[in-house]
Write a protein that binds this ligand. Structure first.
Ligand code: ZN
Length: 105
């Protein structure tokens, strides 16, 4: 969360913004990020910064895998095991924590 805040504040500074109104984040299902904890952490780190009143807009990205054997694409809640052939798959989304956009004033 600290590093996100660094990016937000740096971006705001570059834009010579007076305040940050909205931060859109993409949070992967398997990123290890707990949204409640993220919001709480954001409240803490944004306090007394220009992002203090920013709205946190969180978009949930489901875990998606691509099978290493048959190449099929699938969505999963938990495990990266191919739903067709049962082999291992690699994650193609669901592990990210990205800043999608930052709105400033
Ligand atoms: Zn497969």
């Amino acid at each position: 969360m600290m590093s996100i805040m660094d990016i937000v504040l740096k971006t705001a500074e570059e834009e010579q913004a007076k305040s940050v109104s909205r931060i859109s984040l993409e949070v992967g299902a398997k990123s290890g990020v707990v949204v409640d904890a993220l919001e709480f952490a954001f409240d803490m780190v944004s306090r007394e910064t220009i992002a203090e009143n920013a709205v946190l807009d969180i978009e949930y990205v489901p875990l998606k895998g691509e099978c290493l054997s048959c190449g099929c694409l699938f969505e999963s809640k938990e495990f990266l095991i191919c739903s067709k052939c049962g082999n291992f798959a690699r994650a193609i989304s669901g592990q990210e924590l990205n800043i999608k956009s930052i709105e400033v004033k």
